[in-house]
Design a protein around this ligand. Structure first.
Ligand SMILES: *Cc1c(COP(=O)(O)O)cnc(C)c1O
Length: 384
């Protein structure tokens, strides 16, 4: 019986410490969360610049709703492409320095759209082993030959590219790895793409808004130009504080995605009020040096506070600061103990991360204060 099978697998998940549990928040996204009548200090969200509840975005969303309504009513290619969408695409292209940008409903959908539109059966994709699940699924959907290289290993990638006879080659990478917080070697990847005539698709979900001058993202951080073989995907639900995603690149590539990315074509265009909020968000991102500096100060405070303790941090230069524990149950125990102290830090377990590398994924935002970080550091030191 199917139901008994599912129940038994759910029981296994529970036994292995792998069953996920949602918590319902009675407060908006922010460092202070109300859950089950308790007040918690949250280190969970990807709202890195603290823009999700920013009054300027709320005002822009309200004004957007009054001017454009709530829904777009159709897909972009039918009648759902409204002026706020068009303006936002233009703004994103200018901001990232690419010829054109195309909006998607989510980053997951953008990745599922890009890869199968660009490669198929006769082609090959070269993917970092720690890429985000959406990129892994995108490769499967494309039916291209999938080659995975060890995390950040340019020499291994070079060997794979040199041995490939594929018609088209596409290198696929997170720019900032979502569970480790480290950066992909983007200049080296671009050089390999040039040498082996490959595309380079960069997923900057955690870099856009945070890294580089004015928060222009990971390519800007490395001072990489908008090369024609680069395809840049940024998401708008993390640092940008709202929802959605975009792909930016050469005009021909974007024209092609507009015609062929199935997750662009066969879905209703995002809400115009969100596009209006995002236009305001982009301005705050560009002027957001103060927020970004606060983020780096908090990150340095956490790293210094946990140095020379038993807690093992990864060498992350970003807002994602994982504490590696290893065992699933031990990770859950530590997360539960922190929770008792009123500190909410997510326990990340396989399959999100490799087996034996369960961790606390501390994510910091510009909305945190030094006092918030001190509370987390003190609690962890107290447990060491
Ligand atoms: C969050 C994330 C996505 C998905 O973006 P959504 O807009 O949340 O669907 C894609 N790639 C990476 C690396 C991410 O961290």
């Amino acid at each position: 019986m199917i139901l008994e099978e599912l129940q038994s697998e759910l029981d296994h998940l529970q036994r292995d410490g792998l069953r996920r549990q949602r918590r319902t928040l009675a407060s908006p996204c922010g460092p202070e969360a109300r859950v089950d009548g308790r007040s918690l200090l949250s280190f969970c969200s990807n709202d890195y610049l603290g823009l999700a509840g920013e009054p300027a975005l709320v005002d822009a969303a309200c004004a957007g709703a009054r001017a454009w309504g709530v829904g777009s009513g159709a897909s972009h290619l039918v009648s759902g492409h409204l002026r706020p969408h068009a303006a936002l695409e233009q703004q994103l292209a200018t901001f990232t320095g690419f010829a054109r940008a195309l909006l998607f409903s989510t980053g997951y959908m953008a990745n599922l759209g890009i890869v199968p539109a660009l490669v198929g059966r006769c082609d090959a994709v070269f993917a970092d082993r720690l890429n985000h699940a959406s990129l892994i699924d995108a490769v499967q959907l494309s039916r291209a030959d999938s080659r995975r290289y060890p995390h950040g290993d340019l020499a291994a990638l070079e060997r794979l590219l040199a041995a490939s006879r594929a018609r088209r080659k596409l290198i696929l990478t997170d720019a900032v790895f979502s569970m480790d917080g480290d950066l992909a070697p983007l200049p080296g990847l671009l050089a390999l793409a040039e040498r082996f005539d490959a595309w380079l698709v960069v997923d900057d979900a955690h870099g856009f808004g945070v890294l580089g001058p004015q928060g222009r993202g990971s390519l800007a951080h490395f001072q990489l130009p908008a090369a024609r073989r680069l395809i840049y995907m940024g998401t708008l639900g993390k640092a940008a504080g709202a929802a959605g995603a975009f792909v930016a690149g050469d005009a021909t590539v974007i024209d092609w995605l507009e015609q062929r990315a199935r997750t662009y074509i066969f879905t209703t265009a995002g809400s115009p009020l969100v596009a209006c909020a995002l236009a305001a968000s982009l301005e705050l991102i560009a002027e957001g040096d103060t927020r970004r500096q606060r983020l780096w100060q908090l990150s340095a405070q956490l790293r210094e506070g946990l140095a020379a303790t038993r807690w093992r941090l990864l060498p992350s230069p970003t807002a994602i600061q994982p504490v590696i524990i290893g065992d699933n149950h031990e990770t859950l125990r530590v997360a539960a103990a922190l929770y008792e102290h009123g500190l909410w830090v997510p326990a990340i377990r396989p399959p999100t991360v490799p087996r034996g590398s369960a961790r606390l994924r501390v994510s910091l935002t510009a909305a945190h204060t030094p006092q918030h970080v001190a509370r987390l550091v003190d609690a962890l030191r107290g447990m060491a």
